[in-house]
Write a protein that binds this ligand. Structure first.
Ligand SMILES: [Zn+2]
Length: 635
């Protein structure tokens, strides 16, 4: 009887649990809905004036009601027609850390487009919940009639990339297609879209959410050994962990369950970590198929300094020299790797002289000895870190019989330039080292001496006369100018089919010698839409300044296309047009707003240069020459 009752009770509990779940399948799950655009920013506008911002908000409200009916906690970034910046939208996600972030949009195409389709973009660095929900939304939207050729694309849009939560952005159709615009004015299409998204969310979270919490007392987590053990708890049994460490390096991670305490685990690494700052991205899957959101852990590894060197910039100190004398301080940990953290060190030398400074985070810093001019040979330099002496170096102090030039090559802002050649005398040369320091020595008979500076990429070569005023030791600072301020350290991405290789080479070389970093994006021509891959790479690239896209088309004129709202892309296109018109005979190009995928789906200035099949053969090269000039001098 007792046994029977117990069985019955268990049955009832299971049944009622199951019943409650089917009524409120999203209970305990928090969702932040983000209706795109709003206020002064209407987003895309349909042929009869329907604003994307209005449609987005209506879909979001329907979706909110449906998700709330399913038991979810739903928040909205906006619930009225107001403007919100992208950063404000992300800030809300950062504040609430929802289980899911959905940004709702509708698309537009500037070129006439017949067939409708939906597009789902998911956070490209999250192959966990973001990707899973993206797939599920795409198939649900297709079922509900939102275009058969709907697509899912990993993307790096601002609201996705900077989002701490699993995040997707939906483009529920093309508002620019007259028929679709009409449909989007009626409730039916909007509620259907909301239904499709709701079912996709239900499907993804049908196993509930796997929640993982690390027990850490501080962030970043500081450790002083190459291995770590981190304790975390989970609300259900864990099957697998996917981990990635940035900066990327050989790594391995494992976890085990702590036997005495049910849902507590230990995460450990199997490859040793050198000193430095790391970010570990973790996604867990539960034994029941649930997936956790991405967890980010910041880790600071501080291994003791085990090995160090103090290297003078010049091979000796000229006797009687007064002033700052640079030395390189190199610190390594006991894994013989550069110690990538800043630590206070002191250099003790001569009679009670000391320099106290912090090393840079590169493990290789330039510090200075302040010399009084009475140092005797050899000068002993002791380096102290972490309260211990870690190295001792002797630097020769010698009378100079020749001229001794201790120089530093910098840009106009005073930043040292490394790897420049300094040519002097008949055929002598020096190379600038860390922070731009160099050293040259030449016979005393020369009063003045010419230095020829062969600067690295991005800077102009120049000449510099050393005026000695009869002194044996000269300390000097030489500044060189960048070839183009506009291009120095700029990152430019190029996407083009292979047939443009020769032309692209003619573009890339001068851009790089002017100091730009040029990234050639993959353009997998065997795929049906190779631009998706290029744009994904562009969106994931750090700090890209511009994207240039080259293509060939059946048309009459060279077309340079830019983003329809204008901005830098339009300025560049116009400047190029103006510049080419000055050729003799003039080369006429057409500039216009473009609907190319790379223009509307990248966050950077994107310009498309489309060549017609038929044109004078020297036109592409001339265009590239003008393009380089325009990029160099500004637009
Ligand atoms: Zn939009």
């Amino acid at each position: 009887m007792r046994t029977k009752l117990a069985v019955l009770l268990v049955f009832l509990l299971v049944a009622s649990g199951g019943f409650a779940q089917s009524l409120k399948p999203l209970k305990g799950i928090s969702i932040l809905l983000d209706p795109g655009h709003g206020g002064a920013d209407p987003g895309a506008v349909g042929p009869t004036g329907l604003k994307e911002s209005v449609v987005n908000l209506r879909v979001a409200r329907y979706l909110r009601d449906l998700l709330q009916a399913d038991g979810a906690d739903v928040l909205m970034t906006r619930d009225s027609d107001v403007y919100l910046s992208l950063a404000e939208r992300v800030a809300l996600a950062q504040e609430h850390k929802p289980d899911l972030f959905v940004s709702i949009h509708h698309n537009a195409s500037l070129k006439p487009r017949e067939s409708n389709r939906s597009e789902i973009y998911y956070n490209a660095i999250d192959r966990g919940v973001s990707q899973k929900i993206g797939n599920s939304m795409m198939s649900e939207l297709a079922k509900w009639g939102f275009g058969e050729e709907s697509i899912i694309v990993p993307a790096g849009f601002f609201v996705l990339r900077n989002n701490p939560s699993p995040s997707v952005l939906t483009e529920g159709g093309y508002i620019s297609i007259p028929k679709i615009e009409q449909e989007l004015k009626t409730g039916k299409s909007l509620t259907n879209q909301a239904q499709a998204l709701r079912l996709a969310i239900r499907e993804t979270f049908k196993e509930g959410v796997l929640r993982v919490k690390f027990i850490v007392s501080e962030e970043p987590i500081k450790i002083d050994t190459p291995f770590f053990n981190l304790i975390f708890t989970a609300n259900r049994p864990i099957d697998k962990v996917i981990a990635r460490i940035m900066p990327e390096r050989a790594s391995g991670f494992g976890f085990d369950s702590l036997p005495s305490v049910g849902s507590t685990y230990r995460l450990y690494n199997t490859e040793p970590l050198a000193s430095g700052n790391y970010e570990i991205q973790l996604t867990f899957t539960g034994r029941d198929g649930s997936i956790s959101a991405r967890t980010l852990l910041r880790l600071q590894v501080n291994l003791p300094v085990a090995n160090s060197a103090v290297v003078p910039i010049a091979p000796f100190i000229p006797e009687g020299y007064k002033g700052r004398f640079p030395v390189r301080v190199i610190l390594r940990d006991d894994m013989k790797r550069l110690n990538n953290r800043s630590i206070p060190v002191s250099l003790l030398y001569g009679k009670n002289s000391a320099s106290i400074a912090d090393t840079s985070e590169k493990g290789d810093s330039t510090l200075y000895l302040d010399l009084a001019g009475d140092e005797s040979d050899p000068l002993n330099v002791k380096l102290f870190a972490d309260g211990q002496m870690i190295s001792e170096t002797s630097i020769r102090v010698r009378p100079t019989t020749s001229r001794f030039v201790l120089g530093r090559l910098t840009d106009p802002h005073g930043n040292g330039i490394v790897n420049a050649k300094v040519l002097y005398g008949v055929d002598s040369r020096a190379i600038t080292g860390p922070e731009g320091f160099f050293f040259v020595e030449y016979p005393m008979i020369y009063g003045n001496m010419k230095l020829e500076i062969v600067a690295p990429l991005g800077y102009e070569n120049s000449e510099y006369w050393v005026r000695t005023k009869g002194e044996p030791v000269v300390l000097l600072s030489v500044a060189v100018n960048p070839i183009s301020d506009r291009l120095l350290a700029k990152r430019i991405a190029i996407m083009a089919p292979l047939s443009f290789d020769n032309l692209i080479r003619k573009l890339v070389k001068p851009l790089m010698s002017a100091g730009a970093e040029v990234v050639r994006l993959n353009f997998p021509e065997h795929q049906s839409r190779p631009e998706y891959q290029s744009v994904l790479e562009a969106n994931l690239a750090e700090n890209l300044d511009m994207l240039l896209s080259f293509k060939r088309e059946i048309s009459g004129a060279i077309e340079v296309r830019h983003y329809h709202r204008g901005g830098r892309g339009k300025l560049l296109a116009d400047a190029l047009k103006f510049s080419l018109a000055a050729e003799t005979p003039p080369i006429n190009i057409k500039t216009c707003a473009g609907s190319d995928y790379e223009i509307s789906h990248t966050g950077v200035t994107a310009v498309v240069i489309a060549f017609p099949e038929q044109m004078p053969p020297d036109y592409p090269e001339k265009l590239v020459a003008h393009l380089i000039q325009v990029l160099k001098t500004g637009f």
